[in-house]
Design a binder for this molecule. Structure first.
Ligand code: HMG
Length: 390
């Protein structure tokens, strides 16, 4: 049975900071960001957005098209959780008015957990072929002001339906995966910004890639030249390019600048102007590739490398289905990104320093520009959400 991605929709916040503005504030050459790490803009969530509103906004177009009707499993991948007990996916289930016959849980393993979600969803569909799973990856990447990670911040969410006979991408059975207990990036419960050993994290990312690839290649018998495109986890776009270079070197495959562009460039476009969104980043890359490739990708094999610090890496692959373009939300994605509002440095810092109240008081939050849902206030320690659609 073919199982894989039947729908994919991406959402990010309405606000962004141009990294030239950040470079100016930090007395850094803008090219360090634009060329050195390959990032141009970072998406900043409004004070009335959180991982729930980002996720519900990513999934809403699927609901509008009637694509959530057979969903009986909702897996919410995040490392920006809003509650230690209640799964963020339950709020999304409510906002989207999904049927009560549905399992809903939250998954965590840094940027890797959406991939775990997809693999678990494949098992669910194999057992229940008429049913579907909704996997949502939703995160807000935050590092300390002035830290080396700051320019790689971002936010966003990707909602994917996993089903039998998928209309976008069939996922191959073979997979290479690798876990090792390392401290390259982490966020203790008492902090709202991640801690990271930046240079070390890039080395672990590559080490886990080479280990995952080795297993995948042994299991599948495929070599690097069997792939038409690659989607990497994208903490910053240069990381994906460096990783692919290392993999080519390891596999003794020659690759020049043009070859690299042809394999990766379309997948990096959305991330370059939104930043890292942790668990969703690789799938933002997939949406970007599908939305931007001029060539019809039907029948083409894509290699995926998912990485979550701490760490777990996984290399897997999939084949694009004929007619996939009819399933995409390309116009919606492009329209959303073209109509964002740029923030000044001071506006960015004010939003960054804003903290959700924790005193149990009654709060109604001012309305910013969001998608179809917003985080409207807090009452008796309970988050309140508002739907802006009928
Ligand atoms: P840094 O140390 O400040 O940067 O931050 P740098 O000095 O290494 O410069 C970066 C690049 O810009 C270098 O290129 C410079 O040469 C170049 P490279 O040597 O690497 O090829 N450069 C310039 N280029 C052109 N013109 C200039 C110029 N100046 C410098 N004028 C670092 C870099 C990655 C450490 C930082 O951004 C960071 O800490 N980021 C956060 C951690 C991260 O993203 N790690 C990635 C792997 S771990 C991962 O992906 C998991 C993650 O998503 C979390 C999760 O799983 O949940 C993060």
């Amino acid at each position: 049975m073919k199982i894989g991605i039947d729908q994919i929709s991406f959402y990010t916040s309405h606000y962004y900071v141009d990294l030239r503005t950040l470079a100016d504030a930090r007395s850094v050459e803008p090219d360090k960001y634009y060329l050195g790490i390959g990032q141009e803009k970072m998406a900043i969530p409004a004070p009335d957005e959180d991982v729930v509103t980002l996720a519900a906004s990513a999934a809403y177009p699927l609901k509008e098209r009637g694509e959530l009707e057979e969903v009986e499993l909702l897996l919410f991948a995040t490392e920006s959780g809003i509650d230690q007990s209640k799964a963020a996916g339950i709020y999304v289930h409510g906002l989207l008015e999904m049927p009560s016959r549905c399992r809903a849980i939250e998954l965590k393993q840094a940027c890797y957990s959406a991939t775990a979600g997809i693999q678990l969803a494949i098992g669910f569909v194999a057992r229940n072929p008429g049913k579907k799973a909704l996997v949502i990856a939703s995160d807000i990447a935050r590092y300390e002001l002035g830290s080396p990670g700051e320019a790689t911040q971002g936010c966003g969410s990707v909602a994917m339906v996993i089903s039998a006979d998928p209309r976008i991408l069939t996922i191959d059975a073979e997979s290479g995966y690798y876990t090792e207990d390392v401290m390259d990036f982490w966020r203790p419960n008492y902090r709202s910004e991640a801690l990271v050993d930046g240079k070390y994290s890039t080395m672990v990312y590559i080490h886990a890639l080479l280990e995952s690839w080795k297993q995948y290649a042994d299991l599948s018998g495929r070599s690097l030249t069997d792939f038409d495109r690659f989607c990497y986890h994208i903490p910053f776009t240069k990381m994906a390019e460096k990783a692919h270079q290392k993999l080519c070197r390891k596999c003794k495959v020659d690759i020049d600048r043009e070859g690299m562009q042809a394999l990766l460039e379309e997948s990096l476009r959305y991330s370059r102007i939104t930043g890292n969104c942790y668990s969703g980043s690789m799938y933002v890359g997939l949406a970007s590739l599908l939305d931007h490739a001029d060539e019809d990708l039907a029948g083409k094999r894509i290699g995926f490398y998912s990485y979550g610090s701490g760490c777990v890496g996984e290399f897997f692959s999939g084949v694009v289905e004929p007619g996939y373009r009819d399933m995409l939300y390309t116009d919606r994605h492009i329209n959303m990104l073209e109509n964002r509002t740029e923030l000044s440095y001071q506006q960015y810092e004010d939003i960054f320093n804003y903290g959700v109240p924790t005193d149990g008081g009654e709060y109604v939050f001012p309305q910013y520009k969001t998608g179809p849902f917003r985080f409207s206030g807090i009452s008796q320690h309970k988050r309140e959400y508002e739907s802006l659609v009928d």
